[in-house]
Design a protein around this ligand. Structure first.
Ligand code: SF4
Length: 449
């Protein structure tokens, strides 16, 4: 990769955690449509559940999540009570009792919930849904707010995967993002988790942060690798102060430029490879012993709203304000404002206020983009055949791919497209060729690298 190539292809494109992407959701998909989709779910459809807890103690300046800062517990407790009602409500709308194989708690900071509220919610979930005994139950956590008691409460509630926000271990970067989290603090939480039997551990790291250098990234990776998390995600900071006003606390001039971001991302990748982590898709890394490496080798890796996943369920139900769900018929999103979400639940109806129904053409393009994001390769004929179509469906995309092939980013062999190793950082730009919604100018996305 050289600077000219990066400049040519490093455009603002979606992260493709769904297709079509969230800016294209519209109010035509409402609670009534969602109810009909839920009622049609088949008995054997494996199901995932996502719980969004939009509260934190303090704002990190880089944060791109839907969250709110709280000083008291009461709003959190009220939210947990409403979410328990939402679990009962949605469970009651399912005519079948599909097996729940994955559960993910995100936010915000889901571990802000008290042990009692978490236990109560878990028991509601197990009553309303058919959670299988070996379901993966993953929770995102902020190490700054964890205690040993809290870790033990999570283990008692059945949590078996922990995802720790780390970002960068260097103090100057931590100060610039308003997140002071020394190495020792993170290491302590990892020890507590393992002692409590929560063995599966993910770390989230970031590049492209204010005042961050390649050396900072390398040092962070070295310290992170010492704790041997099973998976590491390395995300690029997306500076969108026009959407998230707290990002204005990060001065533009403190940020690395596109080429420095690229160098940081590659430095993290190299260092992680040296420490025994396999590179997966755009931004994930896993130990050879981890299930994500296994599913990658089997061509079964998936991508959903949490990023790369081993979760094969095609149905995901979201709970909580702003949460997104994915059903075979399409995507839905709950109301973002807490009040609107709570009012809908108290009125006894799903809080969905937008979404999008999928056509077969959308499903085909979703599958093509997902394979490119996961396997860096896709057989257009095979994918098209599953929808009664042929690779001719993509003639114009194949033409648009030609400059990328000439630039060494992708190759084509018959109807099989592959992204090259040097092209890996630009995989979103390749996927964007297959995105027929992109030209409509809705939403602004982050840079490809
Ligand atoms: S802890 Fe996470 S969700 Fe909360 S403000 Fe920081 S980055 Fe955002």
């Amino acid at each position: 990769m050289d600077r000219t190539l990066l400049e040519r292809y490093d455009k603002r494109v979606p992260r493709y955690t769904s297709y079509p992407t969230a800016p294209h959701f519209h109010p035509g998909i409402d609670a009534a449509v969602y109810e009909s989709w839920l009622a049609a779910m088949a008995e054997g459809t494996p199901l995932s559940l996502y719980f969004h807890v939009p509260f934190c103690h303090e704002m990190c300046w880089y944060c791109g999540c839907h969250t709110k800062i709280v000083r008291r517990y009461q709003p959190v407790g009220d939210y947990a009570a409403t979410m328990a009602d939402e679990v009962t409500l949605i469970g009651g709308l399912l005519e079948a009792r599909p097996p729940v194989t994955h559960m993910h708690w995100g936010g915000g900071t889901p571990t802000i919930l008290s042990a009692e509220d978490l236990e109560h919610l878990m028991s509601k979930i197990r009553t309303g849904f058919n959670v299988v005994p070996d379901a993966e139950i993953a929770v995102e956590m902020d190490p700054r707010t964890m205690t040993e008691d809290r870790v033990q409460a999570l283990a008692r509630a059945g949590v078996n995967r922990a995802s720790l926000g780390v970002q960068d271990f260097n103090e100057k970067v931590q100060k610039a993002i308003n997140r002071i989290q020394p190495y020792e603090m993170t290491a302590q939480v990892v020890d507590w988790l393992r002692a409590a039997g929560i063995e599966a551990i993910n770390f989230d790291l970031m590049y492209g942060l204010p005042h961050q250098t390649v050396e900072d990234v390398q040092r962070t990776v070295d310290l992170a690798a010492k704790m041997r998390p099973d998976r590491v995600a390395v995300f690029g900071y997306a500076h969108v102060p026009w959407m998230k006003t707290h990002m204005k606390m990060i001065p533009d001039e403190s940020l690395p430029d596109a080429w420095q971001r690229f160098e940081q991302a590659e430095a993290a990748a190299e260092r992680l490879a040296e420490r025994g982590y396999r590179r997966i898709g755009l931004d994930h890394y896993a130990l050879e012993t981890d299930s994500m490496t296994e599913v990658l080798d089997q061509g079964r890796l998936r991508r959903n709203f949490q990023g790369y996943t081993t979760d094969e369920a095609r149905a995901l139900i979201g709970f909580g304000a702003s949460s997104i769900g994915a059903l075979p018929q399409g995507y839905v999103q709950n109301a973002v404002p807490l009040r609107a979400w709570a009012k809908a639940v108290h009125d006894g109806r799903p809080a969905v206020d937008k979404g999008i129904a999928l056509s077969d053409e959308d499903r085909l393009r979703r599958d093509v983009i997902e394979r490119l994001m996961c396997d860096m390769a896709v057989d257009l004929s095979a994918e098209a055949a599953r929808y009664g179509k042929t690779a001719d469906n993509f003639r114009s995309e194949i033409e648009m791919l030609e400059p990328m092939i000439a630039d060494g980013i992708a190759t084509i062999d018959g109807d099989r497209i592959s992204i090259t190793e040097p092209g890996r950082p630009l995989m979103r730009a390749v996927c964007a060729l297959f995105d027929t919604y992109l030209d409509t100018g809705v939403g602004r996305h982050s840079q490809a690298v």
